[in-house]
Design a protein around this ligand. Sequence first.
Ligand code: UD1
Ligand code: MG
Length: 464
Amino acid sequence: MALNVVIMAAGKGTRMRSARPKVLHTLAGQSLLQHVLQRAAALQPQRTLVITGHEAEQVERHVSATAPEVRCVRQQPQLGTGHAVLQASPALDASAGTTLILNGDVPLIEPATAQALATACGGERLALLTVTLDDPTGYGRIVRSADGTQVQAIVEHKDASEAQRAIREVYTGMMAAPTAALQRWVAALKNDNAQQEYYLTDIVAMAVAEGVPVVAASAADETEVLGVNSPAQLADLERRLQRRQAQALLEAGVRLADPARFDQRGTLACGQDVEIDVNCLFEGTVSLGDGVRVGANCVIRNATIAAGAVIHPFTHIDGDKDGVTVGEGALIGPFARLRPGAVLGREVHIGNFVEVKNSTLANGAKANHLAYLGDATVGERVNYGAGSITANYDGANKHRTVIGADVHVGSNCVLIAPVTLGEGGTIGGGSTISKDTPPGQLTVARARQVSLGGWTRPKKAPKP
Ligand code: UD1
Ligand code: MG
């Protein structure tokens, strides 16, 4: 079905008490508007329009960065929801017979529900998404015929009579309308009401007067139609979404220690028998292979973790743009930090207070304590001692350190890049290595130890 989608996002969002436009606040790591845009894109509309107004430039930049095919239409000033749709009216694709109206601050609308609404319209009927609430205060009420079958109008809370205020079926702010009729109706709206606004909801009575059928579809789950007006509502929706994501993982067999203490801001793919302890945060694109265990309080972003790896508590893995790869059976942490471009082979061990950035560690390499590996290529089975670091940055340029297979780097070494350590060599503890080292030999680069027999400690002068 050919479809236009209009997303209303011009409102101010006063109750957020924020300098940031409301629709750019984030839910599970992405903006409210992005949630709506993604869900709208699932319907493959002919055209999608976002109505901007308050902080329009900022919202428009966000739209062009995240959904370049979407057009923005300015509404200046904001004279109500009907006035908003009127601004979009000339930009609607006339060949798309149905226009679906969504809200930029109602992020969790299910594509299936939006599709059902568009289908109920079918280019011929006015389809309203409604929900029945225990407390309908503030919402537009669905006024029906005496026998309850026909929708006759939507009356805004502020304009409603006492009897109408008792109605618990309300308009969610989402509807689908025949495109040509919608264009005609919004052009004819008046603002003679309590708020002196052009109400989009007044088109219902116009449709009824013209004999256009008005149908109401109801949302399966109230979470789908909840809007965000305040930080408290945003936090509530975040928990609902997190709970839902956690539930899906549990159903897929992932063992979350506590679904209430789990956060996923992006996509998380899990193999079989994955275990995730409490307070872990997954961001961007993360994949956990079969049998991966993640300890408590880990933050993992843009990373691929192979089967059987164990991530001990308090580990921070941030792949950012380059990603992080952890090989099969690797042991990471506790308190480890893996940064962009860390590529770890099978059974690599990275222990506490070890930082790895833009470095490859081949199978079985180990850096167990207090170390830094930056811009390094580390061979198989290397043992990298406690307190050792690569000095990879000369203040202007970054240089590589290459450590051959089976090298043992003692404790507290400084490897001044560019430098290559030959295979099977040993570097004595405390060495500062500034030249390449030969394979198979012990290299020591530190002052020779001396002991002086005739030396006496200085003594303090006696107090006068
Ligand atoms: C609207 C509906 C009401 C419904 C409720 C559901 C109207 C007249 N009323 O009321 O029946 O129950 O939503 O939440 O439509 N916006 C613009 N330009 C404007 C005004 C608003 O783009 O000039 C946008 C807002 O950013 C928001 C949406 O339209 O995304 C709804 O506006 P809002 O002011 O929240 O309408 P309500 O009074 O809540
Ligand atoms: Mg509202």
